[in-house]
Design a protein around this ligand. Structure first.
Ligand code: CP
Length: 324
């Protein structure tokens, strides 16, 4: 398989073998960089701008560490002290970062499509670090790596059931995970109150509002952050949600002993999941965070490698014209 992407916007179009390439590269880079084994120079001399216009802890910090571990210099864009605060537009900001000479943009934005807009105005490579309700591709990739390691399975998840429970409607994580987990062969269920399920018809999943059906025989239960701020005047109350959909030890105890709990974070403890489950022996929450660094190293390294391949191909193609 040839990795031929210039940008990473989502996991749409990834085949099982595309996913395997990323995860295998992540494992390879983890082995080469963790536990004091040293840092690499894959991106030596390259400058990565972290353009985060929406709050983030996990994605921002792990992208920064990942980029540095493979040799890049990183620069954190501070929206509050930037000219955005004086009314400059997002597109003009991107154009200016391009003119300054950055080769990479890692974009987090509250609007769906922002990373794709950035890619149209930026000469280097752009990675979507979460755009509105649309996509969060590196979260999906690190979740897949986490599941693969936790279940001790190889390249595919054939026959494994993943139940994603929570605020599906507003979740870019649910959407990207539905696509990548299905491509990897998993049986994906999305479970939420009916008011939070619109829009999933186009996804290759089993939608349900019946938590028992979603959890039955699940290998993985993935909670999603409930966006409390979006419930004001909405059809679902927090109290009603916790009672019907909150992931508790009692609910998890009905699953096979090997079943595990995941959550992309940040967690509303006591809403989508209890503290006991989030910190308990079945929880993979911090393992997900840990896997973010090697997965993001892999994404950066593979995009860089694709660029190298493209320029080699271009010069080979161009060679016959030299001297004419
Ligand atoms: N999972 C995730 O995207 O977390 P952050 O918002 O902290 O980056």
């Amino acid at each position: 398989m040839t990795w031929d992407r210039r940008h990473l916007m989502d996991v749409d179009g990834f085949s099982a073998s595309d996913l395997t390439v990323v995860l295998d590269e992540a494992e390879r880079l983890r082995a080469r960089t963790e536990d004091g084994r040293g840092w690499l120079d894959t991106l030596r001399g390259q400058s990565v701008a972290l353009l985060f216009l929406e709050p983030s802890t996990r994605t921002r910090m792990s992208f920064e560490l990942a980029a540095r571990r493979i040799g890049a210099e990183t620069f954190l864009f501070d929206p509050g002290s930037s000219s955005l605060a004086k009314g400059e537009s997002f597109v003009d900001t991107v154009r200016n970062l391009d003119a300054i000479g950055f080769g990479w943009l890692i974009v987090r934005h509250h609007r769906a499509g922002a990373a794709a807009v950035a890619a149209r105005h930026f000469g280097g490579r752009v990675v979507n670090a979460g755009d509105g309700w649309h996509a969060h591709p590196t979260q999906a990739l690190l979740d897949l790596l986490t599941i693969r390691r936790a279940l001790g399975v190889g390249a595919d998840l054939n026959g494994r059931k993943v139940a994603i429970v929570g605020d599906v409607l507003h979740s870019r994580v649910a959407r990207s995970n539905a696509i990548s987990l299905t491509a990897a062969g998993a049986d994906v269920w999305l479970c939420a109150p009916a008011a939070w399920l619109p829009g999933v018809e186009s996804l290759p999943v089993n939608p349900t509002s019946d938590l028992d059906a979603a959890l039955r025989d699940a290998d993985i239960v993935m909670g999603l952050r409930v966006q409390k701020e979006r419930m004001a005047g909405g059809a679902v109350s927090v109290g009603g949600y916790v009672e019907r959909y909150g992931i508790t030890e009692e609910r998890l105890a009905r699953l096979a002993p090997a079943a595990r709990f995941m959550h992309p974070g940040p967690i509303n403890e006591g809403v989508e999941v209890t503290r006991e489950v989030a910190l308990g022996p079945r929880s993979l929450v911090l393992e997900q965070v840990r896997n973010g660094v090697p997965v993001r190293m892999a994404v950066l390294a593979l995009l860089h490698g694709a660029g190298m391949l493209r320029s080699q191909t271009a010069s080979l193609t161009a060679a016959p014209t030299i001297g004419r």
